[in-house]
Write a protein that binds this ligand. Structure first.
Ligand SMILES: [Zn+2]
Length: 347
């Protein structure tokens, strides 16, 4: 088994996202601030294009060919059937071992993040927009960092309790990535280099976590899959507390040819459910926004990974998601919310 330190070397994934237009440099697809507006049903507009401004930014991509390709993936054609056929491969993406957790990695929800090729025992992966830079809205950045640090600390302490291990036996590794739209949203107006501002933010967060007795590290930019536009038609909402580590590679028939491709979705795996719902709706906003499919978006799938022993929690999240997608459905987008029970931890 790979050592925990190798987990961040997740660039080795041959996550071949099908069809990858390389149209223009970008930083801003993870636009966030207009979400409330969008939940009112207002169409996405160029106001979501975040700084730094660039003329090329407004040449929005022609997604016609991309849509034709993506829609051929079995998950997008019929998620229930696909999950039935690939349940084993899908469930293998969860850490079902009973090993004590020693490492938690935080990644952005962005589908351009690479994930590990193999599931690793004793590792959890959290997925939050900008690795948490948009997590809390407070009058000052210092206060925001305190709120976020509290949330991570609660999560880590609970994990330690479940594992019966000391809190400092778990290392929390917080990542960043280049051209992060969440960082652009957060720092674009005040910084010439929002990615660097996000790194500074995460370093302050690590200091706040250390004060709380959490063994935290900022591990800097992680590699991405090379795509420049968002081309996903779905989001996975992980309610297993980060046991869902990676995306499965399956054989799909695209344009008449069968080939292995990675499931291509945003992944939301929050420390708190409410934030997860926000991030999940944000992903649909991006897909239906002017930096992805825009008005062309015909459909979108949410897959919520549930725990059977928490029916009320699951029901609440489904209710909130269902309400949140209504404005998109009103625009003619067929939104499907599918659930699957996360596989249990082996005793
Ligand atoms: Zn990001």
């Amino acid at each position: 088994m790979a050592s925990p330190d190798q987990h961040n070397s997740i660039e080795s994934s041959p996550q071949s996202n099908i069809g990858t237009p390389q149209l223009f440099p970008r930083r801003d697809f993870l636009a966030y601030g207009a979400m409330v507006t969008l939940l009112d049903g207002t169409a996405a507009s160029d106001t979501e294009c975040l700084s730094p401004p660039s003329p090329s930014m407004h040449n929005h991509p022609d997604m016609t060919a991309e849509l034709k390709t993506q829609i051929q993936h079995g998950f997008n054609k019929n998620p229930e059937k696909w999950l039935e056929e690939h349940g084993k491969e899908f469930d293998a993406c969860f850490d079902c071992s009973n090993d004590p957790v020693t490492e938690v990695v935080v990644l952005c929800i962005d589908e351009r993040m690479l994930t590990a090729v193999q599931t690793k025992s004793g590792v959890r992966v959290l997925r939050m927009a900008g690795s948490g830079v948009l997590f809390s809205k407070q009058p000052t950045e210092d206060l925001e960092i305190e709120v976020l640090a509290d949330s991570y600390a609660r999560y880590i302490r609970e994990l330690a309790k479940q594992s019966g291990q000391p809190v400092d036996s778990i290392t929390l590794k917080i990542t960043s990535h280049k051209t992060c739209g969440a960082a652009g949203e957060k720092f674009g107006e005040t910084s010439d280099d929002p990615d660097e501002s996000a790194r500074v933010y995460q370093k302050k967060l690590v200091a706040a976590l250390k004060k709380r007795g959490i063994r935290a590290e900022f591990t800097n930019d992680v590699p991405m899959n090379g795509k420049t536009v968002h081309n996903t038609l779905g989001t996975i909402f992980d309610l297993s507390g980060g046991r869902f580590q990676r995306l499965p590679m399956t054989k799909e028939t695209i344009d008449g040819k069968e080939r292995p491709v990675s499931l291509n979705t945003f992944v939301v795996s929050p420390t708190e459910d409410g934030k997860g719902v926000e991030d999940a709706l944000l992903s649909l906003k991006i897909a239906s926004g002017s930096h992805s499919y825009g008005e062309q978006l015909p459909q979108y799938t949410f897959l919520a990974l549930m725990n059977s022993d928490e029916p009320e929690r699951s029901a609440k999240i489904i209710r909130e998601l269902t309400a949140g997608v209504r404005p998109y459905e009103a625009k003619g987008i067929k939104v499907k919310i599918v659930t699957r029970e996360a596989p249990a931890v082996k005793k």
